[in-house]
Design a protein around this ligand. Sequence first.
Ligand SMILES: [Zn+2]
Length: 209
Amino acid sequence: MGSSSQAQVDRMEVELNQMALQRLHLSDRRDLLAVLLDFRRSSDQRRAHPGGDGSSAEVGAIDEQLAALALKEEELQKSIDQILHPKGQPATLPDHTNFIPKGGVFIMPPVMEEPVVAPPPPMSAPKVILDHRKLPSTPSHTQCPFCHQFITTETVTRVGSVTWLVCVMSALLGCVAGCCLIPFCVPSLKDVEHRCPKCRAEIYTVRKL
Ligand SMILES: [Zn+2]
């Protein structure tokens, strides 16, 4: 948009504001006259007072002026709109800086995105315990010394020395009514035996004592 048309629009807007102000003054005056006219009519009923037509004629003239002003304002607004947005273009056009014209069609530029590579799932390699004396109380990976295969051991609990020790001690402390048999039902007081699931051989027994 050129600076000359911008100046033109500015001038028109100033004119529009002036007209709006004028319309406000006129409508104020019209309201005042209407009140005055009402007052006169009510007083005319009591005493005949000729010559009340002057105000009503003025009200009619103001009405005409107001209508003309409204028409002019509308036209002015239309011409301002035409200057600001010629040929019926939409007020806001999409920003073309991010678009690449191609055969009259605006297409979005290809978005360069960093390829997202999902990290591999955490897979800790099963720890193979070759020294059977270091086997824990849970099923573990090891090499069977009999069939020489890499296996996950099966575990079974066995009554061990700790089980018997706790049983005897509880009996000595007075638990003779069957309470001394409780240790035989507590796995954590028993030994753990590792077995090979392939050849069924007993590999190692984890003793509690
Ligand atoms: Zn085996």
